[in-house]
Write a new protein. Structure first.
Length: 287
């Protein structure tokens, strides 16, 4: 009799676990395309050098950061695994087009131009700024102060480059030298150019610059202490993969409602970048 009671208890516990597991799956799980469901995973293309959003610690193999945590939680709720594929920033859109991965990540921003090729699930408000050597901090307040100077940014950073080109045109219009821009494959490459004094500033995403400067106390400063421009950081999807796009969007919207989204963003110090609503193809230019 005693063994029967134990067996009944074990079976009841197992059934409870099954029910709990089923309840954990979000509504977005029903939208996952069959090909992705059969693969059992979402593959994410990322440069993995974008702290605190998506990066690998020195010597580590695992990708970490706010975006990584969000995507892992989304994959869990969709009953899928998450797998990262390393790709340079400029290779993210071509990588989606070539079906190398399902999602383009690593700090890519939604723009009207990019929407001609990809669809975007918007997940974070962000801004570009400039990091300089601390001894030069008093020389600059905005991008307008870089006439005749050189800056580094990431290859493929069209939003930031548009701002540089606009400021450079203003420089030449008032008779000053243009801003020289060097586009590099990764954030460490750009920082190295700054260290070697080959450029006067590294232009990048504000949270990433703050994180980077914090790793080297006293070495770098953020120009003006604030954003220069605002844009929307997003995950990119193939236009023929709307099912996965919508599954991710719906799941993140659920995380916004239940607090999971805020908890992860706060963990990485970027809670101020929360969006009030999870959207698709809504860049800063349309807000």
């Amino acid at each position: 009799m005693k063994h029967g009671i134990i067996r009944t208890f074990v079976l009841a516990a197992a059934m409870t676990a099954v029910v709990a597991g089923a309840a954990q799956a979000g509504a977005g799980a029903k939208l996952v395309p069959e090909a992705v469901r059969q693969a059992g995973k979402i593959t994410v293309g990322s440069q993995q050098t974008f702290p605190p959003i998506e990066f690998r610690e020195p010597g580590a193999s695992e990708v970490t950061g706010a975006s990584s945590d969000l995507l892992h939680e989304i994959a869990k709720r969709l009953e899928l695994k998450l797998e990262y594929v390393q790709a340079e920033y400029a290779a993210l859109i071509p990588g989606i087009e070539a079906k190398r991965f399902d999602v383009a990540s690593g700090g890519i921003s939604d723009t009207e131009e990019r929407e001609q090729k990809l669809d975007f699930v918007n997940y974070m408000l962000s801004g570009g700024s400039a990091m300089v050597r601390t001894e030069d901090a008093d020389k600059y307040k905005t991008i307008a102060d870089f006439c005749g100077k050189s800056v580094a940014t990431l290859l493929g950073s069209r939003v930031i480059m548009a701002k540089v080109e606009e400021a450079s045109a203003a420089c030449t219009a008032k008779g000053e030298a243009e801003i020289r821009a060097e586009q590099l494959p990764s954030a460490p490459d750009a920082r190295m150019q700054l260290d070697l004094k080959r450029v006067d500033a590294y232009l990048g995403d504000f949270p990433a610059l703050v994180y980077m400067s914090g790793q080297f106390p006293g070495k770098y400063s953020i120009v003006g202490g604030n954003y220069m421009l605002t844009y929307i950081t997003s995950w990119g999807f193939s236009k023929d993969n709307t099912g996965l796009r919508d599954a991710v969007k719906l799941t993140l919207q659920e995380m916004l409602a239940d607090g999971g989204y805020k908890s992860i963003m706060d963990k990485w110090g970027v809670g101020g970048a929360l969006l009030p609503e999870i959207t698709v193809n809504l860049p800063a230019s349309k807000r």
